[in-house]
Design a binder for this molecule. Structure first.
Ligand code: F6P
Length: 358
């Protein structure tokens, strides 16, 4: 009888349930029911505090299309893992104790970058771990694609689509601010899919004068509106040159809630034109996974289960060149997958006439 622990950690996204279902169905099926799955509640918190439920096969039925996570999630920052909690609580030791007391054969961990770092830490501490790449940001190193990304891009694209009609009626400049503090995959893909005129992402610092010129150029060409897709982490060339400390100081003193409002004010002032900012926010992480995510999450789940059955531990399952491969956790942990400003997709977007403000 295999004994498996499972948890979902960090910000949620579409297809977490679909992925867990993929793992569970494969384990129950291939092992002919000779498996017990313990679901830890709210991510690493459940593992630390021994908070779990023994799952039944029926718990994994009917969840392929359901967003969120049936196990709940919480953020447990990696940088605090080695810092004792209240009354000297040792988080890492507590997680190891739960694992050992339950006599687990393996932990299945679904999560983003921070989660993968802790998964690697637990693997280095001697626990058997298999992880899966979750995030709408698509920024996990070692995989071309994360589950959640495509569904979130669909939502962001439909937000831009809706703005298109109202922008053209009113002849306004609209900024749609999309998720992604450190990387711009979502904004790049949704921006292209939604026909944005300007795309600003963290990897390509912008010059506000170039952004304004791009809007002016459209006005001159007789276009009545412009749409900017701006990532939460978009940054001006000027700010990108500041030290971390000075940037934090500048941001703390800024009267604007986010970078989009600052960009909007500058465009508005320069052109005497109305600028509106729209922030779809957490809607991008919500709702049902699309069909693409249902397929890759089911495949990733099945592949993770195969690793467990073959007792190959210490890996994240990655989706590369249309095929699923085990990627050593130590290669994944601590790295981000950025948009390469020189990549084909960026060049093609520029060829289409999209400005990146650079
Ligand atoms: O993990 C993805 C992400 O959606 C980011 O793009 C976003 O900035 C962040 O999470 C916000 O999450 P929360 O509000 O849960 O901290």
């Amino acid at each position: 009888m295999k004994r498996i622990g499972m948890l979902t950690s960090g910000g949620d996204c579409q297809a977490l349930n679909a992925t867990m279902r993929g793992v569970a169905k494969t384990l129950y099926n291939v092992l002919d029911g000779d498996v017990q799955i313990f679901g830890f509640e709210e991510g690493y918190r459940g593992l630390m505090y021994n908070d779990y439920v023994l799952m039944k096969p029926s718990d994994f039925s009917g969840i392929l299309t359901v967003g969120g996570t049936i196990l709940g999630s919480s953020r447990q920052p990696f940088k605090l893992m080695r810092i004792p909690g209240e009354n000297g609580f040792n988080k890492v030791e507590a997680m190891k104790t739960t694992y050992r007391n339950l006599k687990l054969d393996c932990l299945v961990i679904l999560g983003g970058n921070g989660t993968q770092k802790t998964a690697n830490l637990l693997s280095e501490e001697g626990l058997n771990v298999v992880s899966l790449p979750k995030t709408i940001d698509n920024d996990i190193y070692g995989t071309d694609m994360t589950f959640g990304f495509q569904s979130a891009v669909d939502i962001a694209t439909s937000a831009i689509d809706c703005i298109h009609t109202t922008a053209s009626s009113h002849g306004r400049v609209f900024i749609v601010e999309l998720m992604g503090h450190k990387v711009g995959w979502m904004t790049l893909h949704a921006g292209i899919a939604g026909g944005a005129d300007i795309i600003l992402i963290p990897e390509i610092p912008y010059d506000i004068n170039h952004v304004i010129s791009a809007v002016k150029k459209r006005n001159k060409a007789g276009k009545r509106f412009s749409i900017l897709a701006v990532a939460e982490g978009a940054i001006s060339k000027e700010d990108a040159a500041l030290s971390k400390k000075d940037l934090a100081k500048k941001r703390a003193a800024s009267p604007f809630p986010t970078v989009s409002y600052e960009i909007g004010k500058k465009i508005g002032d320069a052109l005497g034109q109305e600028v509106r900012v729209v922030v779809p926010g957490h809607t991008q992480r919500g709702g049902a996974p699309d069909s693409y995510d249902r397929v890759i999450s089911s495949r990733l789940g099945a592949a993770a289960a195969r690793l467990i059955i073959e007792e190959k531990y210490g890996y994240m399952v990655g989706f590369n060149n249309n095929s699923i491969v085990p990627v050593p956790l130590k290669e994944v942990a601590g790295k981000l997958k950025y948009v390469d400003p020189q990549s084909e997709i960026v060049q093609q977007a520029k060829d289409l006439g999209i400005s990146f403000g650079d």
